[in-house]
Write a protein that binds this ligand. Sequence first.
Ligand SMILES: [Zn+2]
Length: 78
Amino acid sequence: MSQFENLRASSLYCQKCARAMPVRESLLLVLPDKEIYDYLCTGCSSSLGHREVSAADMVMARAATSSSTSGIPSSFGH
Ligand SMILES: [Zn+2]
């Protein structure tokens, strides 16, 4: 039923298209502790599944992009 729950799927089987189709991620729901993304078929825009991103994952992603806020040299010119 949800065997791709923990995978980042790039293509899923679509029943309408009767074949595996590339999917795009669409933010479906934002909860206090996680975000839920919908996988939409790029052919017919049917929802083929969803992915949950926990708050811990988001914090780690943000920490990776903003890790240079400390260590600024403040003793210049003395
Ligand atoms: Zn489709």
